[in-house]
Write a new protein. Structure first.
Ligand code: HEC
Ligand code: HEC
Ligand code: HEC
Ligand code: HEC
Ligand code: HEC
Length: 478
């Protein structure tokens, strides 16, 4: 009878220690797993550690329990009772009239159990995979390790784009990425990860599949005006602006448009390959421009004596936009931004200068920086503006807080990330960025260089000028 089958089943389990252990494990974990999964799916608990325990620890343990149970049943001794599940047994049951219902019940029980298992395992695996793809898992679970990337990401235009959209590809589960994820979890657990996390990372998604899901350089066009607000380090923290007409251009190809300007590099008809000597891709030995008709132009450094040195790479978005979301600012940029947003009061004399001094000192930790920056500011104003220090202490404290934020959003001592750890390729600071190729020193055989003309990429309309003519003209204020 029905109970007979259950009894046989239970007996079968009891005979093997492995099965017993598996059954205990699975039945203890199941209710917890069910409750946790409901709490997560319903959005009642939002905590990366909670999800980690549920999907990465409990889920797999539950499945291991089930596997132990089945393996124990199959290899356990005592063939007699195990016979309850064999073909011979079933044949006997079918051949005896009246026994048929017992078999039906048996099949029914097995079907129900199988479905229940499939549903639980399926739900846990699905939500588990989705969880390990989530920004919360990537950015917050390994809190300290990912803090620099997570904080800068939160402050960037891409703060709502999931990490996996650029890094692995959402939902496209591949054993490789999950395995590398597991390796990284071990690196965190055993404290063997590198500080800072090295860049570049070789396994970014191809940009056709990431950036180009949202941005299509084919459809960019023409020039764009860029205005940068800055403050000088004089007594009045004078507000100045740099204005540039950027030749953003287009990737071409859309309705016959010609590729031109800056995004010419990513047009489908041009393939710009280059070889970098170092891992950071700062020193480029040669550039190969492959045109649609198959012809190739080679620009080489040092008269071609480094030909073939370094690995060949096809230029894509991240060879210029290597910091689209993990944007680490320079000390001056970080302070300018806080001043522009009003976090650092402009009325405080020399606040830019003092801020720069305070923020570029070495601090062992973020807490030390907070204390150190405040102390430095108060000491400086007490010495140079004693009256101000007495009357406007709260203003100075507010400035210290803003300056500290400029620090804490860009410097992460625990990960050894300082002001210049991660450099951007967008521009030409210190001869890097665009000037890795556009330096006039990479030449073809007949001596032609990649353009170094100051007006090839932009027209600088004003450089660090207080109230530039062009801005006044555009605003119509005179
Ligand atoms: C808009 C695309 C994009 C998003 C979204 C994104 N990243 Fe990145 N990430 C990049 C690029 C590009 C690099 C730099 C690659 C290089 O220099 O080779 C990078 C580099 C990194 C690095 C290596 C260290 C470094 O700063 O160069 C880590 C770690 C990282 N990202 C983690 C994350 C995490 C965690 C998230 C989500 C919180 C995230 N990323 C979201 C594009 C993205
Ligand atoms: C899921 C969509 C999405 C993806 C994927 C994406 N972006 Fe963006 N990106 C945006 C949006 C939306 C903005 C505009 C945000 C704003 O103006 O606040 C933006 C802004 C930008 C900007 C202008 C930044 C600025 O400071 O104004 C650049 C450059 C950029 N993205 C490059 C990239 C690159 C390079 C990648 C691939 C590594 C990428 N994006 C991937 C949606 C995306
Ligand atoms: C040769 C370097 C280079 C390459 C390659 C490149 N960009 Fe750009 N991109 C720039 C520069 C320079 C700007 C101007 C913005 C600036 O200076 O901050 C820009 C601007 C942009 C902007 C803002 C445009 C606007 O109209 O506001 C987006 C979005 C963008 N790029 C996306 C991409 C994507 C996506 C790719 C890859 C398909 C790509 N870029 C490839 C250099 C490049
Ligand atoms: C890996 C090398 C490399 C890097 C890095 C690079 N370029 Fe270029 N760029 C080239 C080559 C090659 C050409 C084609 C030269 C020619 O045809 O004379 C070119 C051409 C251009 C042109 C002229 C396009 C046209 O209309 O014909 C512009 C504008 C330009 N680059 C802007 C930039 C900017 C801005 C950056 C940095 C953000 C940059 N490039 C970084 C290799 C590079
Ligand atoms: C290959 C393209 C290219 C060439 C050639 C080039 N620039 Fe630039 N320049 C850029 C880009 C890209 C930026 C960065 C824009 C940004 O920060 O968003 C920039 C930024 C600047 C800035 C503003 C810097 C700042 O942030 O204050 C100045 C000034 C400037 N360039 C001057 C020059 C001069 C002078 C030359 C000639 C020697 C030159 N550039 C040649 C691409 C180029």
């Amino acid at each position: 009878m029905f109970w007979g089958i259950i009894k046989a089943f239970v007996k079968g389990i009891l005979r093997s220690r492995l099965s017993v252990a598996g059954a205990v494990m699975a039945s203890v974990i199941l209710p917890v797993l069910a409750v946790f999964t409901i709490l997560d799916v319903q959005g009642i608990v939002r905590n990366p550690y909670f999800n980690f325990i549920n999907y990465v620890v409990l889920g797999p343990l539950f499945i291991v329990g089930l596997i132990m149970l089945v393996v124990g049943l199959l290899v356990g001794k005592g063939d007699e009772d195990l016979g309850a599940f064999t073909y011979e047994y079933l044949k006997e049951q079918f051949s005896k009239p009246g026994r048929f219902t017992r078999v039906r019940r048996l099949l029914f029980l097995i079907t129900v159990l199988t479905f229940a298992t499939i549903i639980v395992v399926g739900l846990v695996s699905y939500t588990g995979l989705r969880y390990t793809d989530s920004t919360s898992f990537c950015g917050q679970f390994c809190h300290q390790v990912m803090e620099p990337e997570y904080v800068t990401y939160r402050n960037s235009p891409h703060s709502q784009v999931p990490c996996v959209a650029c890094h692995f590809g959402e939902g496209s589960w591949s054993p490789g990425t999950k395995l590398s994820g597991i390796r990284q979890i071990f690196a965190v657990a055993f404290n063997t990860y590198s500080r800072p996390i090295p860049s570049p990372i070789s396994h970014l998604r191809p940009t056709r599949k990431s950036c180009e899901q949202c941005h299509l350089p084919e459809k960019f066009h023409g020039d764009k005006l860029y205005v940068k607000d800055r403050y000088l380090d004089d007594e009045h923290n004078t507000h100045v602006q740099t204005v540039m007409l950027m030749k953003v251009g287009s990737g071409g190809g859309y309705r016959g448009a010609q590729a031109h300007g800056i995004h010419w590099h990513v047009a489908t008809e041009n393939k710009v390959y280059y070889r970098a000597v170092d891992a950071q891709r700062n020193v480029i030995s040669e550039i190969r421009l492959r045109k649609q008709d198959g012809s190739e132009v080679v620009y080489a450094a040092g008269g071609g004596k480094f030909a073939g040195v370094g690995t060949l790479r096809l230029m894509d978005c991240t060879d210029c936009h290597n910091r689209p979301t993990h944007v680490f600012l320079s000390p001056a940029e970080a302070l300018d931004r806080k001043m522009f947003e009003g976090e650092i009061p402009l009325s405080l004399p020399y606040v830019k200068k003092v801020g720069l001094e305070a923020v570029t000192k070495e601090y062992a930790s973020v807490d030390e920086a907070r204390v150190g920056i405040g102390r430095y500011l108060r000491a400086w104003y007490a010495k140079n503006y004693p009256e101000l220090m007495e009357r406007r202490t709260s203003l100075i404290n507010r400035a210290a807080e803003g300056i500290f934020h400029a620090y804490s959003e860009n410097v992460f001592p625990a990960m050894n990330v300082g002001w210049s750890t991660y450099q951007s390729f967008l521009g030409h600071h210190d001869g890097g960025g665009c000037f890795r190729c556009h330096d006039g020193k990479h030449l073809t055989q007949d001596g032609t260089a990649i353009t170094n003309d100051c007006n090839a990429c932009h027209i600088v309309l004003a450089e660090n000028e207080p109230s530039p003519d062009v801005v006044r003209l555009l605003r119509g204020s005179e």
